[in-house]
Write a protein that binds this ligand. Structure first.
Ligand code: ADP
Length: 408
């Protein structure tokens, strides 16, 4: 559908360019012709006065450079004078339309194609007395030649215009796309907020109505309320963080030691790892990147948290930080459930989850990787994902090294 519309647009643009080219050439050619004819008229008037004084050769010499040809023809078509050839060698000119016209009306003009396609011969004839017509002629560019001349200019203009058009169209498409994504996001957030709120409302109502008769029930319901309230908080925090990152406000970046942050993150996640029966390994060296501490923590936390939550019992997570020439490489590798190929590109979208119930039951919001992606764009870092279902996932992030940015 879109393809089709694009093809139509391209065809319309090509047609418009062609029409512009033809129109421009037509207008230019019109004025060019007019100019030449006017010049010829002036020459004719001059030639006439000189011819009357019988001193045409000096005039010829003066005109020599201009390549203007002067011919004088009598009423029966006999050429009595020609500036290019001896008059005696010239054929009868009685049938030349411009000459016939001049005898009839006082003046006449014609344009005839020369032997070559890109030249024309322009004729202007004028009756100088009752029996003779003086004709001046010269060669000039044809419309074809003008087209040849104008074409590269018009083509460049057309290309420039198309480039502008493409840029503006892209921008428009981006705007529309952005608006759509925002709308979708708002709808998704509302939807995600609804479930825990409904649970909180339901359980608290049960307690309120005295439906929780026993102490254990009250504790269980309160536990549900607590869990769902926490869900809400995490979700809202993630949404706020995303909108901060979206807002385009520049966060100040300074050199931070990624290895140190990786270690502290591993420490923080130790308990979570034990809960899932997963062992966390970390290995690395001091390596500085330009970031804010918060951003570096968020990247590490989200990647490691996923590696733990989407792991298997007795699985492992390996976190490594390595310097590599002008870059710092962070790798988070797990022996978990992996991500099927068709989902691999999409998991960085907001609220995209391969297995919704698993994500929710482990406290996921579906926003972690979207936040990571946003941060990595800001830090000029690149992410490569390798994953095989049932085998595990390896994510490598390449940061520009801080030293290299600071020029140290
Ligand atoms: P969530 O809060 O659901 O974990 P994320 O944005 O962090 O949201 O991740 C999006 C989805 O990508 C997850 O729901 C999960 O399906 C998949 N995913 C992310 N990391 C991994 C991983 N290490 N192994 C397997 N699947 C993963």
């Amino acid at each position: 559908m879109k393809r089709k519309r694009n093809k139509g647009l391209i065809a319309a643009a090509a047609l418009a360019i062609l029409a512009t080219l033809l129109l421009t050439v037509a207008v230019c050619y019109h004025f060019f012709k007019k100019q030449i004819m006017e010049d010829l008229k002036v020459y004719a008037v001059l030639a006439e006065s000189v011819f009357a004084q019988e001193d045409i050769s000096s005039f010829e010499r003066a005109l020599g450079e201009e390549a203007v040809r002067i011919t004088v023809v009598e009423q029966d078509g006999t050429v009595v004078y020609d500036s290019y050839m001896p008059a005696g060698e010239m054929e009868n000119h009685g049938d030349r339309p411009e000459i016939r016209q001049a005898f009839a009306k006082g003046e006449g003009s014609r344009i005839r194609r020369s032997d070559t396609l890109d030249r024309n011969t322009y004729y202007y004839a004028k009756r100088i007395d009752g029996e003779r017509v003086l004709r001046v002629s010269r060669e000039g560019d044809s419309a074809y030649r003008i087209m040849e001349f104008a074409f590269p200019y018009l083509l460049s203009a057309a290309l420039l215009l198309s480039a502008f058009g493409i840029v503006i169209r892209r921008r428009q498409e981006d705007l529309v796309q952005n608006a759509r994504l925002r709308q979708e996001f708002t709808a998704n957030v509302s939807h995600e907020l609804k479930t825990p709120l409904a649970a909180i409302s339901g359980y608290s109502e049960l307690i309120e109505n005295g439906m929780a008769a026993r102490q254990e029930e009250i504790i269980r319901f309160a536990g549900e309320i607590h869990k769902n309230a926490n869900r809400l908080l995490t979700l809202i925090n993630d949404v706020i963080r995303l909108s901060e990152l979206d807002g385009g406000e520049e966060e100040t970046l300074s050199p931070v030691n990624l290895w140190e942050i990786a270690q502290s993150c591993a420490g923080m996640l130790q308990l979570e790892a034990e809960k899932h029966g997963v062992t966390l390994f970390s290995e690395g060296e001091d390596a500085y990147i330009m970031a804010s501490r918060q951003m570096a923590e968020e990247v590490l936390y989200n990647l490691c948290d996923n590696a733990i939550r989407y792991n298997k019992k007795d699985g492992s997570v390996f976190v490594t930080v390595r310097k590599h020439s002008q870059e710092v490489l962070l790798t988070v590798k797990d022996t978990g459930i992996g991500i099927p190929g068709e989902h691999q590109d999409r998991i960085f979208e907001r609220f995209y989850r391969v297995d919704k119930s698993r994500s929710k039951s482990t406290g996921g919001t579906g926003l972690g990787l979207a936040i990571v992606k946003h941060i990595l764009i800001k830090l000029n870092a690149k992410l490569v994902l390798k994953s095989q279902p049932e085998k595990g996932t390896e994510i490598t992030v390449t940061f520009p090294s801080a030293k290299n940015r600071e020029g140290r």
